[in-house]
Design a protein around this ligand. Structure first.
Ligand code: PLP
Length: 417
């Protein structure tokens, strides 16, 4: 988002206030140029040749985004059979989709085997059942290296008490299962959490995984998951991808040499690819001065963007209607009948009723976590591609609120309004 002649623009000179006029508010906007920039930045950080990036699509699964990311050359990491199906609909080949669920039933895994995608198994119970049922279908195993990594405990998945992955201490059991069932393990995986800032923590996890992998024959790939932190506060605090790339390349080449084969090194970034590409635009309904605080109340809430309330996440907020106004202090809140504070005591150019505010870093886990709470509609989504704007999801209507509800004859039929 750039300020140009007093108005904010995205790539290709698309003016934000014009998008609001055209599509209304609240509105999610994704700039595909930013996704491309991030994809290339990550890819270019590694000099190792056999690198593959699988987009962890739970961050943002709009089918147009999936197609765009595919056009960049990425595969897909999916956590549900529904995501797998979206990926197939978006044109990903089954072998470019890795299905990494946790705590799901054997039935869903069977369905994914039927779809031909790569399967990643994260517990020994399912691994054993899978081995008996599909001994000829190669699988990946998800290892828990037991390191504490990630931005906060809600998004940390690799520590000792985490439900994710097979403990690195259970490798003897994994080997027994392989032996007993004839199963072929061709990939090893870890994903230790989101927002890992410290490159050395990442390397420590990788080291544990690679040491474990030495004991398994027949591997084709190693998947080191994700967890790259992006900057939320425009302060440049993010994972040093260049440093990570060069250190990991060195370590991985060493591993391949010792293993005796050049394996594919895979990653599955979600946030890193799409977070900064997204903006969320909302309209200020009310400016409310109380005894101690000036609230800016907007036409949205935790039903559309729950990260601030759920994770205490920080999203930068700008007033795009008054970019050069005098800065004042506001607490920005939503319209939901519950405390839904987006930001406390933010210094923002003077906010007037009717102004449009923009939340940054709204590409990952924002629309995807939205709901119909308070029976409100989910917002529309727009994608900017080569300087043009495309509506990629329409705003919901009353039909969406009522469509799956079943009326019974025990009551009077609903009144049409
Ligand atoms: C969510 C998830 C990711 C993506 O994490 P980000 O922090 O968004 O990059 C990658 N791998 C798996 C298995 C996940 O569940």
């Amino acid at each position: 988002m750039k300020l140009q002649n007093g108005t904010y623009h995205l790539s290709g000179n698309v003016a934000l206030n014009e998008l609001v006029e055209k599509y209304g508010c609240p509105l999610y906007v994704y700039d595909s140029e930013v996704i491309k920039r991030q994809y290339n930045k990550l890819k270019d950080a590694f000099t190792y040749k056999k690198i593959k990036l699988n987009y962890a699509c739970k961050a943002l699964t709009n089918i147009n985004i999936l197609k765009y990311v595919r056009s960049l050359g990425a595969g897909l990491d999916c956590v549900s059979v529904q995501e797998v199906k979206l990926g197939l609909m978006a044109g990903y080949a089954p072998e470019d989709i890795l299905y990494t669920p946790n705590c799901i039933s054997m039935d869903e895994i069977e369905e994914c085997v039927g779809l031909g995608v790569k399967i990643n198994i994260d517990n020994t119970s399912i691994l054993e059942q899978f081995g008996h049922q599909f001994p000829d279908y190669p699988v990946c195993v998800r290892i828990n290296p037991h390191i504490m990594a990630g931005g906060n405990t809600k998004i940390s998945t690799g520590h000792i008490d985490s439900k994710f992955g097979i403990s690195v201490y259970q490798m003897p059991l994994v080997k027994r299962i392989i032996k007993a069932t004839g199963l072929r393990v061709n990939g090893m995986h870890m994903h230790t959490g989101s927002e890992i800032l410290d490159v050395d923590v990442y390397l420590r996890g990788a080291d544990i995984l690679l040491n474990a992998a030495m004991d398994f024959d027949g591997l084709d790939y190693i998947d080191l998951g994700s967890g790259f932190k992006v900057s939320y506060k425009n302060d440049g605090i993010e994972t040093d991808i260049k440093e990570l790339g060069s250190k990991l390349t060195e370590r991985f080449e060493e591993f391949c040499e010792a293993y005796g084969k050049e394996l594919t090194l895979e990653f599955e970034p979600g946030k890193y690819l799409v977070s900064e590409a997204g903006l969320f635009l909302v309209k200020v309904n009310v400016v409310k001065q109380t005894v101690s605080t000036v609230f800016a109340g907007v036409d949205s809430g935790l039903n559309h963007l729950i990260r601030p309330m759920f994770y205490d996440a920080y999203h930068e907020i700008s007033n795009i209607s008054n970019p050069e106004g005098k800065k004042r202090i506001y607490t920005v809140v939503g319209y939901i009948c519950e405390t839904d504070t987006f930001g406390v005591n933010r210094k923002i150019p003077e906010v007037r009723e009717g102004d449009i505010l923009a939340f940054q870093n709204a590409g990952a886990y924002c629309y995807m976590m939205s709901s119909n709470y308070n029976s409100r509609f989910r917002p529309a989504e727009v994608m900017i591609y080569e300087g043009k704007d495309y509506l990629i999801r329409k705003r919901e209507t009353m039909d969406d609120i009522i469509k799956n509800q079943i009326e019974h004859e025990i009551f009077e039929p609903a009144i049409q309004i």
